[in-house]
Ligand binder design. Structure first.
Ligand SMILES: Cc1ncc(COP(=O)(O)O)c(C=O)c1O
Length: 324
């Protein structure tokens, strides 16, 4: 296999350390993998994917990189910073609150993260072009992204389009590599738990832990069970890239939908309590949309006896949304 091109953005390996107080509270041996400390553009899991995605964009001579996401997207923030560093224009369509099915009620909308601060502050500082569109479905957002791509193409630009969250084969490959990074850092864990949404984090990690003693659980931050089919497709593309035949199926993925709360982008009470608990016990900060909900899931699973032994919480970052 030919290793895909990579540019260096993050500081890796990211730290791995034990959480002594929470371990004692829960009666498990709990560790944390600090991808909140990737060191690039205020940290988070997307730096890993962008090392490959932006190398690919650069190799293909991209003049404009286009993506979409929620207005408080961590991916958009890190993409915008990476593009600025490489002198590539970053153009984005963002929705305050993407949803599936019925539009959320006004009460639920009020709980969504609406402020112009957080990640949007960083996007502005580095000069990304952000077109904020009204709330709607993910499919509507993807259509708007296609329209933006077409507009730039019509104007004669070489456009590199990245799907939401950077969940492509290269994004999943970055997280497959991350699973190997953890193997090299410590004795195998019984469980690894992280937040999961657009899928390349979960797919890459699951690919790495397939048929090993480690069971990986992705805690869903988007209430869409059918996302699993996208994980399977991504895993198939990893088979092709890596010239492997792991053949992952839907049954190989544990995508836990119990901790989403009212929906994508809406903080939950359980998640907010988990944020306070980890900050007060270990001095580590989670975010209300992804890592807080995932850690709330981990706490509940440990209390239920669903996970035990050596457990690693993979902190995927997102801390700027604490400030919206
Ligand atoms: C902080 C954080 N954690 C986890 C995720 C989920 O990663 P993925 O989109 O690869 O499933 C995201 C995605 O936006 C994120 O920003």
């Amino acid at each position: 296999m030919v290793e895909p091109a990579r540019i260096s953005l993050i500081t890796a390996p990211t730290p791995l350390h034990r959480l002594p107080r929470v371990s004692e509270d829960l009666g498990i041996d709990l560790w944390i993998k600090r991808d909140d400390l990737t060191g690039f553009a205020l940290g988070g899991n997307k730096g890993r994917k962008l090392e490959f995605l932006l190398a690919d964009a650069q190799q293909k001579g991209a003049e404009v990189v286009v993506t979409c996401g929620s207005a408080q997207s961590n991916f958009i923030r890190q993409l915008a910073v990476g593009c600025a560093m490489l002198g590539i224009k970053c153009a984005v369509v963002a929705m305050q609150l993407p949803y599936e099915g019925e539009p959320p009620t006004p009460e639920i909308m009020a709980k969504a993260l609406k402020s112009k601060g957080g990640n949007l502050t960083i996007d502005r500082i580095v000069g990304a072009e952000i077109e904020v569109v009204p709330n709607g479905t993910w499919d509507e957002l993807f259509e708007r992204q296609q329209e933006l791509v077409q507009r730039y193409k019509d104007d004669g630009f070489n456009v590199y389009s990245i799907p939401v969250g950077g969940s492509t084969t290269l994004g999943a490959y970055a997280f497959y590599r991350a699973s190997l990074e953890l193997w090299r850092q410590a004795e195998p864990f019984d469980f690894v738990v992280s937040a999961s949404s657009s899928g390349s984090t979960q797919t890459g990690l699951q690919y790495g832990y397939h048929k090993t003693p480690t069971r990986y659980i992705g805690v869903a931050c988007d209430p869409e069970p059918e996302l699993i089919h996208e994980f399977v497709t991504l895993a198939g593309s990893l088979d092709e890239l890596l010239e492997e035949q792991k053949g992952l199926t839907a049954k190989d993925f544990r995508f836990d939908l119990r901790f989403v709360g009212d929906g994508y982008g809406i903080p939950s009470e359980q998640g907010n309590r988990a944020i306070e608990y980890l900050a007060r016990r270990e001095g580590i900060f989670l975010d209300p949309i992804y890592s807080g909900k995932a850690f709330a899931g981990l706490l509940q699973m440990a209390k239920n006896g669903e996970i035990d032994g050596r457990v690693c919480f993979w902190h995927t970052g997102g801390t700027p949304t604490l400030f919206v």
